[in-house]
Design a protein around this ligand. Structure first.
Ligand SMILES: Nc1ncnc2c1ncn2[C@@H]1O[C@H](COP(=O)(O)OP(=O)(O)OP(=O)(O)O)[C@@H](O)[C@H]1O
Ligand SMILES: O=C(O)[C@@H](O)C(=O)CO
Length: 418
């Protein structure tokens, strides 16, 4: 029986969530896109990865409603809407509009918003989101290529995205425990507050939130607020433990790193990996004019077993220059299309391990590889597991790294782990 049906707004976010849920030992199924076939052989936790973070609002809402239908058909009665731990969105959405549409369909009167992920330095205090020790809007997220985050206050970020009132359950309440939090949520509900931002600075806070909210029909947040749910459901017998961890299949040596993330952490990771690997830099302006042939030719010349990286990762000034010339959407698209084509070429050349950095990038690459379902393997860094899939009849391993996650040595760490 599916206990929790989850919808994630990008692919790295979905593997992050699936990896944290699987830490508990329960079975997690991860689908890339809404499956075409009706649910069969379902798991306690079903996660559907969408690529809707920066889609037009109406498209994102429609796709999430389709995902909800599928998850309901899988038997789920509780649902989780996973977005980024840095609340990546614009004033138009999509976090709020999707939440309101799913709530309307489910008849849910209230939900919580908790993007905190303490193991990765995301904390919420008095409704303000911090990245490490910096408020969100002072962190490198202010320069994100698609969703620059220029305010740190989650209530102010959410308000323009929803039609119903937004409130806060602050850390002073969470600190008092699950009962106090439940009371605060009930008080807010009586006042007509439908959308409640909940503070959390530690995993203990997240546990309290899970305890208080475990039976709400609809929850929203980053991955970490869902992490404690399996343990709670196991404890009260709602769930029996399975053995979900998949041993890595036997894979050939070939590996490649494909990076389309321009986050501060990915920039450091790319620089570190270039010390040991051969690299090819993609330039969006050149791609828009001349296409991807030169990069494909470079890839063909690399030995299949060598350490190699193809990256569009660039400093904010260079991203801005490309966006000014091409427009934000086209600059992103030429890079995503190129990395997708390069992934397919790499597979044709015998590469079987793919390390991909960036959520949009991961969406483009997995789509091009025809990957629709993944199983979860070992965790490389908090929120970044190895995943296994088949592509064109071959077993492959993929890790889809959220832009900001992992240590500086992440790419080498990932490949050393398989
Ligand atoms: N040099 C560049 N100039 C302009 N746009 C770029 C450049 N390099 C990458 N991009 C685009 O920037 C976007 C980066 O988004 P992506 O989601 O892949 O990374 P991220 O936001 O860092 O990761 P995450 O969503 O996991 O946090 C993509 O659309 C990518 O194509
Ligand atoms: O929550 C996060 O930070 C990540 O899982 C993510 O969504 C990155 O795109």
């Amino acid at each position: 029986m599916t206990v929790l049906g989850c919808i994630a707004d990008d692919f790295t976010g979905a593997t992050d969530l699936a990896g944290l849920l699987a830490r508990s030992g329960v079975k997690v199924n991860l689908h890339m896109g809404v499956p075409n076939a009706p649910p069969t052989d379902t798991a306690a936790f079903e996660v559907i990865a969408l690529k809707c973070r920066t889609e037009p609002v109406a498209d994102a809402v429609a796709e999430c409603l389709r995902a909800l239908d599928w998850l309901q058909a899988a038997g789920a009665r509780r649902f989780f809407w996973k977005y980024c731990s840095t609340f990546d969105s614009t004033a138009d959405g999509n976090i709020g509009p999707v939440a309101e549409a799913l709530m309307a369909k489910l008849g849910a009167e209230q939900t919580i918003y908790c993007p905190a992920f303490p193991e990765n330095g995301r904390a919420i205090f008095m409704g303000y989101l911090f990245v490490g020790e910096q408020p969100l809007a002072e962190s490198p997220m202010k320069d994100h290529p698609l969703t620059p985050m220029r305010d740190s206050n989650l209530m102010r970020l959410l308000e323009p995205q929803v039609t119903r009132p937004v409130g806060l359950a602050n850390r002073l309440v969470v600190e008092k425990g699950a009962e106090a939090l439940s009371e605060r949520l009930s008080d807010l509900k009586r006042e007509g507050v439908m959308h409640v931002v909940v503070d959390a600075v530690s995993n203990d806070d997240l546990y309290v939130i899970s305890e208080a909210c475990r039976d709400m029909p609809f929850l929203t947040g980053g991955s970490a607020v869902a992490m404690a749910l399996p343990a709670l459901y196991l404890k009260d017998g709602t769930l029996a433990a399975d053995a979900p961890k998949m041993e890595a299949p036997d894979l050939a040596d070939g590996a490649i790193v494909l990076s389309g993330s321009c986050s501060a952490m990915t920039r450091a990771q790319v620089a570190a990996y270039l010390d040991q690997a051969d690299g090819y830099r993609l330039d969006p302006l050149d791609l828009a004019e001349n296409g991807v042939d030169e990069a494909l030719a470079w890839l063909e010349k690399q030995p299949v077993g060598s350490d190699k990286i193809i990256y569009a990762t660039a400093e904010p000034s260079s991203v801005k220059a490309a966006q000014e010339k091409l427009g934000v959407t086209k600059a992103g698209r030429v890079v995503e299309d190129a990395l997708a084509a390069l992934a397919v070429k790499a597979r044709e050349l015998g590469v079987r391990r793919f390390v991909v950095a960036g959520g949009e990038t991961s969406g483009a690459v997995t789509k091009a590889l025809g990957v629709t379902q993944l199983t979860i393997g070992a965790e490389i860094a908090p929120g970044v597991p190895w995943c296994f899939a088949t592509s064109d009849g071959h077993d492959i391993a993929l890790t889809l790294k959220s832009g900001n996650f992992g240590a500086e040595s992440f790419f080498a760490d990932a490949l050393a782990k398989l």
